[in-house]
Design a protein around this ligand. Structure first.
Ligand code: OVM
Length: 407
C-alpha cells in the first residue's frame, strides 16, 4: 500500500525557500546537527517538496506552531500522514492525536494517573531498583549501556507502575519503535517497524484490557475513571495503550542520552558529582541538548499566518524540536552541554496542552538512575564508538559501550 506522505501538494507560500532535503534520510536522523542549523538558516519556514510540507526549526516559530492547538491541530496526526486523507495504521490516539474538547477529558485522566502524588509514591521503589542496577554495572565495569541500562531500567519498573501482569521487554521496546517510526514517511525505517506488527500489536492490545491490569498502578486509576463514567471502557483501554506507546522508548532514550552526555563531557560529570543539586537541571539540559523526540507534526486547520508567512489550511508542518532546542538565539553556546544551564523553555517535552503528560514519571525514572550514578560511579568512559539509531521521530542511541569506575 502506498502512503500519502505529507500532504496534497501545496504551493510553497510566498517568501518561503524551497529546500530539496529529506529530513528522514538515515544519515540526517543519525547526526542531525547540520540539518538543524541549515533549517534555521532558511528562515522561519522551509518548504520541502519531497513531502509537500513546511518545516520549522527556529525556537520562536516552532513554539508558536507547536503550542497553538486551535490553528495547528493534532487530530489530523502528529506524523507526516494526514488522517483527513488516509486512515492511520492503528486506531488514532485519543490524547496525542486529538483536539479539545475530546482531548481534554482524556488527558485529564492520564494526568491524574501520573500526578505528582502518584509518582512520589513510586520514588522509593525506583531508587532501590536503580541502585541495584548501577551496583551491578559498576561490578561489571564495561557494559552495553543501551541494552543493559537504558532499556533494562524502564522495562524493570514501568510494567509494575502501570499494573501490567506481564512485562514483555521486546514487545514494549518494539512497539515504541513502531509508534515513532510510524510518524515518518513510507521509508525503510517505517516499513521495517510495521513489519513487526503481527508479533507485537496483538500483545500490546491485550495488555490494555481491564482483566490484564492489576490494582495499584496507573491502569487502575484509568479504569476507575471508566467506572465513574468520565470515559468509557474502550477509552480506558486506549489510554493504557497511550502509556505503552509513549512511556518506554522515550525514557529509554532519555537514560541512554544522559549516559552519553556524561561520558562525552567528563568535566560536566565532575560538576554534577560536586553539586548534586544540579541533577534536575542536568536532565533538562540532556533533553535540550539531545532532543529525544526530534520532530512532531501539526496540521494547519485554518488559513493563517506565522512570522508574516501565509499558511494555507491543510498544510502539514514539521516542527523540528531538535532544531528549536539548538537555536543560538535562544541558548547562547547551544552546542555546549552545560549541566548548570537550566534551559527553561526547551521543547523536548513539547509545551502547551499536549506537553508530555508523563513528564513527572520520566523525571522520576531518569532522576533515580542519575542519582544512583552520581552516588556510585566515579568515572564514565566510552568503551567503543557510540552509534545512533535512525528513527523517524526519535533521536536515540543504538549502541553505547561504556565503562563505569566505581567510587
Ligand atoms: C499515544 C502517544 C502519546 C505520546 C506520544 C506518542 C506518537 C504516542 O497516545 O499513543 O508517540
Amino acid at each position: 500500500m502506498t502512503m500519502i506522505e505529507g500532504h496534497t501538494a501545496i504551493e510553497p507560500p510566498k517568501g518561503v525557500p524551497v529546500w530539496d532535503v529529506d529530513p528522514y534520510d538515515p544519515a540526517i536522523l543519525s547526526d542531525p546537527g547540520e540539518y538543524y542549523a541549515e533549517l534555521r538558516s532558511k528562515g522561519p519556514f522551509a518548504y520541502i517538496p519531497k513531502y509537500s510540507i513546511l518545516a520549522c526549526g527556529r525556537h520562536e516559530e516552532t513554539k508558536e506552531v507547536f503550542s497553538d492547538w486551535q490553528r495547528f491541530v493534532s487530530s489530523r496526526g502528529v506524523g507526516l500522514q494526514d488522517f483527513k486523507l488516509e486512515k492511520p495504521w492503528r486506531p488514532q490516539s485519543i490524547v496525542v492525536e486529538a483536539d479539545p474538547p475530546y482531548h481534554s477529558q482524556n488527558r485529564k485522566v492520564l494526568a491524574r494517573a501520573m500526578s505528582p502524588k502518584a509518582i512520589s509514591a513510586l520514588k522509593e521503589g525506583f531508587q532501590i531498583a536503580a541502585d541495584r542496577l548501577i551496583d551491578e554495572l559498576v561490578a561489571r565495569g564495561t557494559f552495553e549501556a543501551v541494552e543493559d541500562l537504558a532499556e533494562a531500567y524502564p522495562v524493570s519498573i514501568f510494567p509494575d507502575a502501570v499494573g501490567l501482569q506481564e512485562g514483555n521487554k521486546r514487545c514494549l521496546i518494539d512497539y515504541g519503535a513502531m509508534v515513532f517510526n510510524g510518524l515518518g514517511p513510507d521509508n525503510k525505517l517505517r516499513q521495517n517497524a510495521m513489519a513487526m506488527g503481527p508479533d507485537i500489536v496483538p500483545w500490546i492490545n491485550e495488555q490494555c484490557q481491564r482483566s490484564k491490569i492489576d490494582p495499584g498502578g496507573f491502569g487502575e486509576t484509568i479504569f476507575a475513571a471508566a467506572d465513574a463514567g468520565e470515559i468509557n471502557e474502550e477509552e480506558a483501554g486506549m489510554l493504557v495503550r497511550s502509556l505503552l506507546s509513549a512511556g518506554v522508548d522515550t525514557t529509554v532514550t532519555g537514560i541512554g542520552s544522559t549516559v552519553w552526555c556524561l561520558a562525552t563531557n567528563p568535566d560536566q560529570f565532575e560538576r554534577l558529582k560536586d553539586d548534586p543539586d544540579l541533577l534536575r537541571p542536568a536532565f533538562e539540559e540532556v533533553l535540550r541538548y539531545t532532543s529525544p523526540v526530534h520532530s512532531f507534526c501539526r496540521t494547519a486547520d485554518v488559513d493563517t499566518e506565522v512570522a508574516g508567512i501565509s499558511i494555507k489550511k491543510g498544510t502539514k508542518i514539521l516542527c523540528v524540536l531538535g532544531a528549536a532546542n539548538s537555536d543560538e538565539t535562544q541558548w547562547p553556546d547551544a552546542g555546549k552541554f552545560d549541566v548548570a544551564r537550566r534551559p527553561m523553555g526547551h521543547l523536548a517535552m513539547g509545551t502547551g496542552i499536549h506537553g508530555c503528560v508523563g513528564q513527572n514519571l520520566a523525571r522520576a525514572e531518569v532522576g533515580a538512575v542519575l542519582n544512583a550514578i552520581i552516588n556510585k560511579v566515579d568515572k564514565i568512559e566510552l568503551a567503543g564508538d557510540a552509534v545512533w539509531r535512525p528513527n523517524n521521530a526519535i533521536h536515540a542511541l543504538d549502541k553505547l559501550p561504556v565503562k563505569f569506575t566505581g567510587k
